[in-house]
Design a protein around this ligand. Structure first.
Ligand code: PEP
Ligand code: MG
Length: 540
């Protein structure tokens, strides 16, 4: 038995055989003097083989899970991307070998994505490495043929790449262990979504793991035990039993209405960021979408997404959710979410700077394209438009004026839309909270963004690990503001929700019910837990 520790990033345990995937880093040395014509042909043929492999993987995965299969389409697009091919060809024309050109281009693109000040785009670096590895393996003539394991297993790897994970049935994976990675990396997010444990960042201790063996892992404490003895095995079996009972027990709440003991129905909705999350929404048992972070559409694009592109996305979300309420938040770019093509100025205090509605109102052509797309999509479901980072009544009035003008335009153009769509705002600044009595007269709902409200009220940077312990959703100041906002909303007969992370903080749910919160919007994996807490609340 051997015990090592990493960082636990998803609160579950697992006890299973390990399945080790080697992530070979192929290195190619720069050598010149190759014939560009021969190398170009070589590149094209390897690219074609890689595209064929990806097509097979896409078709195989499609049968299991449409969303996961999309990863292979993205990889195909990357391989044929103009910038990618151009960079490879430029190196080949300098007489480098095709494999070096692919290796170097992959390295350059990886560094580019990692350098961006944006977590979502940083994750793209993984896809680049994944695609490069596939190409370099084909250059070396190695087949991708390690036999897939049967039954359940814990996936162990230095790092997990998207195409490594989707090869398996999700139900086979009992947990993950990685040498690298962080709490917010893509593997950790997937583990939390699947409700399985993950231990990341074992560092050098990772080398202590052999290729085969039994592992007991704890995603809460970060403990990884190799070949546990009978005593530890029994403890883990007991924990697993409790865990299974908990999951089974929570399943009972999934499709229940979250009605508090005093008879109030609290809507439990989910926060999502892309079309890929729609399947999770359906599976979660949520009443609707409480926050669709539309800025992800901008973050994943290389240019301003057009009205038509956005319309198609919003229409799909609304249609697929079949009449459930979908709150789509307008662009919340700026601060920690930067996009190159916006050419935003460098700021000393970006969290207090040019972001969200401030950008939208100063650059109305951007805002208008989004609002037109949203209003057109409203004909296909139950849409609520929500504007973030409000600090002043004039921002609400200006946004509403634009919506009214667009509706008149669409009417003249004979384009359908829902005249009764909801219009609401996020209350996530102390200013908005303090004047929420005034704001409530002009909107259909409030959604409290406790992430930013906490950052701005306690004056604690939400992205700074040094002050993490001061970031406290249950600080008396935040609780008082939440009550003030809820009271002001109800005086004007509008509803009020919470879409910040604290909405799933079980220790706060009693308080939220006591002050009359009407909706809680949480991540899909938390819906059943929150419903249970509401149904069993003492204050509801
Ligand atoms: C919030 O601030 O609470 C919120 C939900 O918005 P974001 O986390 O996207 O800033
Ligand atoms: Mg916010």
């Amino acid at each position: 038995m051997k015990i090592i520790n990493g960082i636990g990033a998803s609160d579950y345990v697992a006890l299973e055989k390990m399945y080790f995937i080697e992530t070979v880093d192929y290195e190619v040395l720069p050598k010149e003097g190759f014939d560009p014509k021969v190398e170009l042909d070589h590149f094209k043929s390897v690219q074609k083989q890689a595209l064929d492999e990806l097509e097979i993987l896409y078709q195989q995965t499609l049968k299991k899970n449409k969303t996961s299969a999309e990863i292979f389409k993205v990889h195909q697009m990357m391989l044929e991307d103009y910038d990618y091919v151009e960079s490879v060809e430029a190196l080949i024309l300098k007489t480098y070998s095709a494999s070096y050109a692919v290796y170097e281009t992959g390295k350059k693109l990886k560094a580019f994505f990692e350098s961006l000040d944006n977590e979502i785009l940083n994750e793209r670096a993984f896809d680049v490495v994944d695609v490069s590895r596939r190409m370099l393996r084909i250059f070396k003539g190695i087949k991708d043929n390690k036999e897939l394991p049967k039954g359940k297993f814990i996936l162990v790897s230095e790092d997990l790449y998207p195409s490594d994970i989707v090869k398996f049935e999700y139900s086979q994976i009992a947990g993950f262990v990685t040498k690298y990675g962080s709490r917010n990396g893509h593997a950790a997010i997937l583990a939390r979504t699947l409700n399985i444990p993950i231990v990341v960042n074992l560092g050098d201790k990772f080398e202590l793991l052999p290729e085969e063996g039994i592992l007991a892992i704890n995603g809460l404490t970060g403990e990884v035990i190799l070949n546990p003895n009978n005593y530890v095995t029994d403890i883990y079996k007991e924990k697993l039993k409790e865990q299974e009972e908990q999951v089974k027990m929570l399943l009972k709440y999934k499709d229940l209405k979250a009605i508090s003991p005093k008879g109030k129905h609290i809507e439990v909705a989910v926060n999502i960021g892309s079309l890929n999350d729609l399947e999770l929404v359906k599976k979660s048992g949520a009443d609707g979408v409480g926050l669709f972070r539309s800025e992800f559409i901008y973050l994943e694009s290389k240019k301003y997404p057009t009205e038509e592109e956005q319309f198609l996305i919003y229409k799909e979300v609304l249609s697929k959710l079949e009449g459930k309420k979908v709150i789509i938040r307008t662009l919340d770019i700026g601060a920690d979410k930067k996009v190159d093509y916006f050419n935003l100025p460098k700021e000393d205090n970006p969290a207090l700077g040019f972001r969200a509605v401030r950008i939208c109102l100063k650059r109305p052509e951007i805002f208008k394209a989004q609002l037109r797309a949203l209003i057109r999509a409203s004909a296909y479901g139950k849409l609520a438009i929500m504007v973030p980072m409000i600090t002043d009544l004039c921002q609400v009035l200006e946004s509403k004026k634009m919506i009214k003008e667009i509706m008149e335009e669409l009417k003249k153009e004979n384009i359908p839309y829902d005249e009764n769509l909801f219009f609401g705002i996020m209350i996530e600044t102390p200013a908005a909270a303090i004047i929420s009595d005034v704001l409530a007269k002009h909107v259909d709902f409030f959604s409290i963004g406790t992430n930013d409200l906490t950052q701005y009220t306690i004056a604690v940077d939400r992205t700074n690990a040094e002050v993490e312990e001061l970031f406290d959703y249950s600080h008396e100041a935040i609780k008082r503001l939440v009550k003030l906002i809820a009271d002001n909303a109800h005086k004007e007969n509008i509803w009020v929700g919470i879409c910040g992370e604290s909405a799933s903080e079980l220790s706060l749910i009693d308080y939220y019910l006591e002050v009359g919160i009407d909706e809680l919007s949480v991540s899909p994996g938390k819906v059943s837990k929150v419903k249970k807490a509401i149904i069993e609340s003492k204050n509801g």
